[in-house]
Design a protein. Structure first.
Length: 443
């Protein structure tokens, strides 16, 4: 509660209604040696300070991964003023910066037992653009080129009219009367604030839902680090002493493979020390593993092209939302009146004691209520941190589902902002009509 008491003392600088109008911020110089106090517990008490407001907006999306992209594009195309905040220098999150290149899960089995495509809307638009550029391979669960994907996402954000903010991190929120009144960003320009009507948490780690005081589960999971190898087309299998090595999977670039890493199990994806330790360990491991590959006859010209700029955190905070989606829901064609999209299956799943392969697994609806927090009226959650049970994590955390939940959240936020209502009271029929207009598939 210390954070909330402190944050309510923040004074906003007035007259900052236009994005970028006050990005030049003076540093907070502490001249009183008693102003910064270290308590006996090791906690530093930060003095109150004025925070410049750089913008007001209808919809504020935090996180520029697949969910954030779909949310921002949907909201902006619907006519809502929209700002997208991204901490890195690129869009796409783990899909691009994390080199997790397959767009899973594009297909699943319908009730006639036919395997069919399920990902439509903004996610499908992205996939089709990459396909037209010859920067995606495979019809089912296509693997994309990360640099091409970054380009396509950048163009879509620009052309949709989204205000883009890079190199900044949402560090706090001001909540009053169950609404987020301000989101605080840390940047090279100092700490700044944005005043939103609606907020969408697409951080992956549920940073905003946590800061807003929502309940969540921290799911400890395996964390890895993906890399790419070059000169794969120069591997000589006729060389004496040749042995098969793990050199990953093909990408749209014939000479380049991507290599996934399972990583250490049961790791805390929001723990600073854990992330730092794994980052160092994996980078060293990848280099040394590549050197061993190069020392094998036939692989001499293979080289380490790059390691992902983002550590592969697969799961962390999971929202305790208005509805928790279950594995049972996904296996029984459960229908929801508030459906905002449909996702598919990419891996086998244990259900009722049987292992069900992806080519036999059902398509499944995602209800709007699973994006809806319980406490905060103007917050929606999309991406791998929306509300689902742990058994469903393999399907809920992947790129396709993130695109679907992001699209649904963006449409809902735009309708709520235009209607001057809360996320929980938004007209779901209007949201669904907008999604269909934007070519989403609701079944």
């Amino acid at each position: 509660m210390r954070r909330r008491k402190f944050i309510k003392n923040v004074l906003f600088t007035s007259g900052a209604g236009v994005l970028g109008s006050q990005l030049g911020c003076s540093p907070q110089i502490i001249q009183d040696e008693n102003a910064l106090q270290v308590e006996s517990t090791g906690i530093v008490s930060e003095p109150a300070r004025d925070i410049p407001v750089i913008a007001e907006t209808d919809v504020l999306v935090i996180g520029g991964g697949p969910a954030g992209i779909a949310a921002a594009v949907s909201a902006s195309r619907a006519g809502a003023s929209t700002i997208l905040v991204e901490r890195y220098n690129h869009l796409g999150g783990l899909w691009t910066g994390g080199l997790v290149l397959p767009l899973l899960s594009t297909h699943a089995v319908d009730q006639s037992r036919t395997r069919r495509k399920v990902i439509y809307g903004i996610g499908d638009e992205i996939a089709q653009r990459l396909k037209n550029m010859d920067m995606a391979i495979h019809e089912i669960n296509p693997i994309v080129d990360p640099e091409a994907a970054k380009y396509v996402l950048e163009v879509m954000i620009r052309d949709s009219g989204v205000d883009m903010l890079y190199h900044c991190w949402a560090s706090n929120v001001l909540v009053e009367n169950k609404k987020i009144k301000a989101v605080f960003l840390e940047s090279k320009s100092g700490r700044v604030a944005i005043l939103p009507k609606m907020v969408i948490d697409c951080t992956g780690d549920g940073d905003i839902l946590h800061l807003a005081g929502e309940n969540f589960t921290n799911l400890k999971y395996h964390i890895g680090l993906v890399h790419r190898l070059g000169n794969i087309d120069r591997v000589d299998e006729t060389k004496p002493g040749f042995e098969k090595r793990n050199i990953g999977e093909p990408t749209p670039i014939p000479s380049v493979n991507w290599v996934n890493m399972y990583g250490e199990e049961d790791q805390d994806g929001i723990d600073l020390r854990t992330l730092s330790r794994l980052q160092q360990k994996y980078r060293i491991d990848i280099w040394e593993r590549t050197e061993k590959i190069k020392s094998t006859p036939g692989y001499e010209q293979v080289y380490l092209l790059d390691t992902a700029s983002q550590l592969g955190v697969r799961a962390s905070r999971i929202l305790d939302g208005e509805y928790t989606l279950t594995l049972e829901d996904s296996m029984t064609y459960k229908k929801f009146e508030d459906c905002i999209g449909i996702s598919g299956a990419w891996t086998s799943m244990l259900y009722q004691g049987k292992k069900i392969p992806p080519e036999k697994r059902p398509l499944w609806q995602i209800p709007y209520r699973s994006l809806l927090p319980r406490k905060t009226d103007n917050l929606l959650v999309a991406g791998r941190c929306f509300s689902f049970e742990e058994k469903l994590v393999e399907d809920t955390r992947i790129i396709g589902t993130c695109l679907v939940t992001g699209h649904g959240a963006g449409a809902a936020a735009a309708v709520a902002a235009a209607s001057k209502t809360t996320a929980g009271n938004v007209d779901i029929n209007r949201v669904q009509a907008l999604l269909k207009k934007q070519k989403a598939w609701l079944g």
